[in-house]
Design a binder for this molecule. Structure first.
Ligand code: ZN
Length: 384
């Protein structure tokens, strides 16, 4: 699903100019539409007191329709829909359409009768959506999957690095980081589900650009329990090779390599992303916050479980988790790591990265590491 914003703008402009008496609405909309979720519900927030905002259902097939003023529609919603479709098997299809030049319509097709609970306060209408009698065939629990490691439905957010206009590092033979990491991420998602009964979602399923801070927001807004960003980086010296695992450092990068990589991974938002906003309350929290320290300690532990499995299939650039200031790791409360699966600028590793056998081996090592970390957390009663 993609939206051509430029085309939409032109369309709106054209239609708007053709109207002899365009309706005038209040200029500022305090509440943009947002789609967030917990383990069982999608939370839809739309502006209240605006006749253009509506949430209603249709039958045959079951659909939930969200109409909002165009100006209340943030582009990041597309990424939310990508995550929600993977998270809730009862959400079979989602579509964004233009209902009128002023109104954007989001249609969520669900596989059984939806239940909507409405509440309104201070300019916003919140609709909590769930499907209590979801058709079981589409649910992973019915697919003969091994019993989950814990009772609670855990959600692992897998973040394939880069995408779209940001290719990431490029190998000497022309291999793009953004493509190989998406292959590994998709294999990891399948292996977690098949071998360990762990539900995982991807921040992107296609070759699309997502700003770094949106990736962090997605993990929060959909209540991920773990976050793993997958990369295959480059370096100026093509002798450098091996995998590395990083957790966030509150004090800047640990080693010279960590410093270099955090610069190259973070620079994309400086280069490309003019809509990075740090007004997200999560991101305003100071890194010295107690939550963050606790999360870093758990992230390092998560990283050790990953490293001890990666080392069985590939050599490590550094055998222990390192720490660096990667933007995608700045999630208070969600243990987060960034894995450099290898160096795409190294001739041998660029070749490996393109091979399905290596992608599978790496995905398998990551899946085993995630499972072993979660089992350990469960043992220590750190999971609710
Ligand atoms: Zn990268």
């Amino acid at each position: 699903m993609t939206i051509n914003h430029q085309r939409r703008k032109l369309l709106i402009l054209g239609v708007g100019m053709a109207l002899t008496a365009p309706r005038v609405y209040a200029k500022s909309v305090a509440v943009p539409i947002s789609l967030t979720s917990d383990a069982s519900h999608i939370h839809i927030v739309v502006p209240a007191n605006d006749q253009r905002s509506r949430v209603f259902t249709l039958d045959s097939p079951h659909r939930v329709v969200i109409d909002v003023p165009l100006e209340a529609f943030p582009p990041s919603l597309v990424h939310s829909l990508t995550v929600l479709k993977q998270k809730f098997p009862w959400l079979v299809h989602s579509q964004i359409a233009h209902f009128t030049p002023e109104i954007t319509r989001v249609v969520l097709e669900v596989n059984a009768a939806p239940r909507l609970q409405r509440s309104q306060n201070a300019g916003s209408l919140t609709v909590n959506l769930t499907v209590p009698n979801a058709v079981a065939e589409n649910l992973p629990a019915a697919a003969g999957v091994a019993a989950p490691v814990v009772k609670k439905n855990l959600l692992v957010m897998i973040d394939p690095g880069h995408g779209g206009k940001d290719p990431g590092a490029i190998g000497n033979e022309g291999t793009y980081e953004k493509h190989v990491v998406l292959h590994i991420a998709k294999r990891l998602q399948t292996l977690l589900d098949q071998d360990h009964g762990i539900h995982a979602v991807l921040t992107r399923q296609d070759d699309v650009f997502i700003p770094l801070y949106h990736r962090v927001s997605l993990a929060h807004h959909h209540q991920a329990d773990l976050f793993i960003s997958i990369h295959a980086d480059g370096f100026t010296n093509d002798d450098v090779s091996g995998a590395s695992v990083f957790a966030l450092s509150p004090h800047g990068a640990g080693s010279a390599m960590a410093r270099y990589l955090s610069q190259s991974e973070n620079s994309v938002d400086v280069l490309y992303d003019d809509d990075v906003k740090t007004d997200d309350p999560y991101l305003k929290e100071t890194l010295f916050d107690l939550d963050q320290r606790e999360t870093i300690s758990r992230s390092l532990d998560f990283g050790r479980h990953l490293a001890s499995n990666i080392i069985k299939v590939h050599h490590m650039h550094s055998p222990h988790p390192e720490q660096a200031g990667f933007a995608v790791l700045k999630s208070p409360r969600i243990p987060s790591v960034l894995v450099e699966t290898s160096f795409i600028t190294n001739k041998h590793e660029e070749k490996l990265l393109g091979e399905p056998v290596f992608q599978e081996k790496m995905a398998h090592a990551l899946a085993t590491g995630i499972n072993s970390y979660l089992l350990n957390e469960k043992k220590n009663n750190l999971l609710s």
